[in-house]
Design a protein around this ligand. Structure first.
Ligand code: GDP
Length: 296
């Protein structure tokens, strides 16, 4: 049985070969296939509905020209809309701030924040030639602070010590002060995650945001989270002015539908993709290429 969007759409292109025009009925056939394939790729239902509505509107206005058949025209509408929703082009980290440029990492526990903090440090050192400091504001899990220390060393960045008996707010101020006095270009701040959204966590990270005034607030989300990614994304978007998304664990076997969900819900660009557990497993996110993955 055809299951990927590409399979489904190519079957449709075949059945539409004899048809000359785009009609309400062949558009409906196509939309049904797109809907099923996106749900199978784990895109959240409300996001699928919006996507379908946009494709329908664009498809109905299309003329079939030259040697194309309606199926091919409709497929190209779907491809274009998918790439546009995912974000065209690539966007790197914004560092346009009085040094140190602060980057705040937000997300649930296990999303990959600490790993991504170190990967990003390495990226900024190697690709942007920056002097990078990391600090952990996770005062609930001493192991998380130690983990950041270890991975920061692997990245070749400097780690600023923090301890469980400190307040996140005080850690933030001390780290900024140290970064200023030692001429760091960038300060990466790893934060506490919880297993699920809770109000205390959101209040804490909002306070950190107000203290740090970060130039980037990155929401780190696990691509394997599928349908659940939408609720997490909503909660973080309401709590913080997100400037970008890092989609982790794209090396897993998910079809990456979470990208479409998270991007649609937050409106923030997906800046990076985590593609392995290793320190160099971070790629600048390419929306068009990822659209191809969701299409299957
Ligand atoms: P945190 O709780 O958000 O700080 O998450 P961690 O950084 O500790 O990551 C949780 C787990 O996910 C660890 O075992 C990481 O090695 C793993 N991880 C993080 N990013 C990726 C990724 O892009 N790919 C894979 N395969 N594993 C990842």
């Amino acid at each position: 049985m055809a299951s990927t969007l590409t399979d489904r759409l190519s079957l449709l292109v075949k059945t539409m070969r004899g048809q000359a025009r785009i009609t309400e009925s062949n558009v409906q056939d196509m939309l049904r296939e797109v809907r099923m394939a996106l749900l199978e790729a784990d895109v959240a239902l409300p996001v699928v509905r919006d996507f379908i509505a946009r494709v329908k509107e664009k498809a109905m206005g299309q003329e079939v020209v030259g040697s194309l058949n309606p199926g091919q025209v409709l497929v190209s509408v779907v491809h274009k809309e998918l790439a546009a929703t995912m974000g065209e082009g690539v966007s790197d980290i914004n560092l346009a701030a009085q040094p140190p440029a602060v980057i705040l990492m937000a997300g649930l526990q296990g999303a990959g924040k600490t790993t991504t903090t170190a990967k990003l440090a390495k990226h900024l050192i190697e690709k942007r030639k920056k002097k990078v400091l990391t600090v952990s504001a996770d005062v609930y899990r001493p192991a998380a602070i130690e983990q950041l220390k270890t991975v920061t060393a692997q990245a070749g960045a400097e780690w600023f010590p923090s301890a469980p008996d400190q307040k996140p707010h005080d850690i933030a101020l001390a780290a900024i002060d140290y970064a200023k006095r030692h001429y760091f270009d960038v300060l990466l701040v790893d934060t506490a995650g919880r297993l699920a959204i809770d109000e205390a966590l959101m209040a804490e990270i909002r306070d950190l945001h107000a203290t740090l005034k970060p130039v980037e607030t990155l929401f780190v989300v696990d691509a394997m989270q599928g349908q659940d990614a939408i609720n997490t994304a909503k909660a973080f978007k309401e709590a913080l002015p997100l400037t970008g998304i890092v989609l982790t664990k794209l090396d897993g076997d998910s079809r990456g539908g979470a990208a479409l969900s998270v991007r649609s819900i937050t409106g923030a660009p997906i800046k990076f993709a985590g593609v392995s557990e290793k320190i160099d497993g971070l790629e600048v996110f390419d929306g068009e290429r990822h659209a191809g993955r969701v299409l299957g």
